[in-house]
Ligand binder design. Structure first.
Ligand code: FA5
Length: 343
């Protein structure tokens, strides 16, 4: 707080008292109605004319000090005010102060998705984004779920009244990436794409089920591609992710868009093993299989000449295993205590 040095004893005393009073006030403007200030104005009125000028000058200086205390208090209150993001922006109000960028950190799911994408990129995969709203054709038709197919019920989707769908898996991008990269096949190169993105399901929520989560979808097509290539690719990707060479196994499964379809399990990294039972040895990580000929045909790719595989895994469950996180709902909870552990 700025303050002038005063010479008139009653102003010196009042200035000291006003300083103390100001520090204690919740409503800082109340200082302008202080008894200490009123007393000085009363004193001014009683003074003989020859003393009024000097007294008035010091009193004005004190008043101007008080105004600058008030300005300082306003500025610091503005800095501390929480930002109400729902409030309409008043053009006369000071723009809200943003939290400094260096106090924020990347969300652990983004860190892991980027890490996974980086590994796939080093393996020759292009990276493509999905979308937040899609249509029946990409969610079902192009993936060999014709109208009325019972497996449509396995995906409890969120739908708009116009029939648009919040994608329930990243497989909605298969048709698009197959079409986009079909030119690779003509050049004798494979199609190799990873789609890491957000998906939505109308789920009953529990420690391993969220309504909004992330998947990483892989699509690989070329000449003479077999289940052997599928196993080798996933084993390489996941061994690199966990930082150790891991065994893999397939179990039969069913998806309309792959034939045959599998559930892919990898050997549980030693650090994450609880016991020695067979069940504890394996981590079931994702769904996968050889891309169904109807899916290749729907994208204009000859299923006689070309074959390929696809997979789709959830990133949350992978990160939960990596860090021993017990409840999937922490990720989207916005709890800073949880997020700061990954800073
Ligand atoms: C699929 O979504 C298929 N699209 C996967 C696929 C792609 C198969 C390509 C063949 C070829 P599934 O519904 O099993 O399959 O989900 C895949 C993974 O998403 C699961 O293994 C799991 O890791 C994750 N997942 C599924 N539901 C949830 C949920 N509610 N919360 C969090 N993760 C989930």
């Amino acid at each position: 707080m700025s303050s002038t040095s005063y010479t008139i004893p009653s102003i010196v005393r009042a200035s000291e008292q006003l300083t103390k009073e100001f520090a204690k006030l919740a409503d800082k403007r109340a200082i302008l109605r202080s008894k200490n200030l009123e007393a000085l104005y009363a004193e001014l009125r009683t003074l003989p004319n020859e003393e009024k000028a000097t007294f008035g000058k010091e009193l004005n200086a004190l008043k101007s000090d008080i105004n600058s205390w008030l300005n300082d208090a306003d500025e610091s209150a503005e800095k501390q005010a929480p930002i109400d993001v729902t409030a309409p922006q008043d053009i006369n109000a000071a723009a809200p102060q943003l939290l400094p960028g260096e106090t924020g950190t990347k969300h652990p799911l983004m860190t892991e998705l980027e890490y996974m994408s980086d590994i796939a990129y080093r393996m020759g995969f292009a990276i493509e984004q999905s979308r937040l709203i899609d249509d029946d054709y990409h969610m079902f038709e192009s993936l060999n779920f014709p109208e009325g197919h019972p497996a449509r019920d396995d995906y409890d989707t969120f739908m708009t009244t116009e029939g648009l769908i919040a994608p329930a898996h990243t497989s909605t991008m298969q048709n698009r990436v197959l079409k986009k990269y079909a030119g690779n096949l003509e050049k004798g190169e494979p199609i190799a794409v990873l789609v890491p993105d957000r998906v939505f399901r109308n789920e009953d929520l529990d420690v391993t089920h969220e309504h909004t989560f992330y998947q990483y979808e892989g699509v690989f097509v070329g000449e003479g591609i077999t289940v052997g290539n599928l196993i080798a690719t996933l084993r390489t990707l996941l061994s690199e992710y966990f930082g150790q060479d891991l065994k893999a196994k397939l179990q039969p499964f069913y998806f309309p868009f792959t034939e045959p379809s599998f559930e892919f399990a990898i050997e549980r990294p030693a650090a994450l093993r609880k016991g020695d039972t067979e069940a504890d040895m394996w981590l079931e990580l994702l769904g996968c299989g050889m891309i169904h000929p109807n899916v290749l045909s729907a994208a204009g790719i000859d299923p006689v000449k070309y074959s390929g595989f696809a997979w789709g895994g959830g990133i949350e469950r992978l990160v939960m295993m990596k860090y021993g996180i017990e409840d999937i709902r922490h990720f989207e909870s916005g709890k800073l205590d949880f997020l700061r552990q990954f800073s």
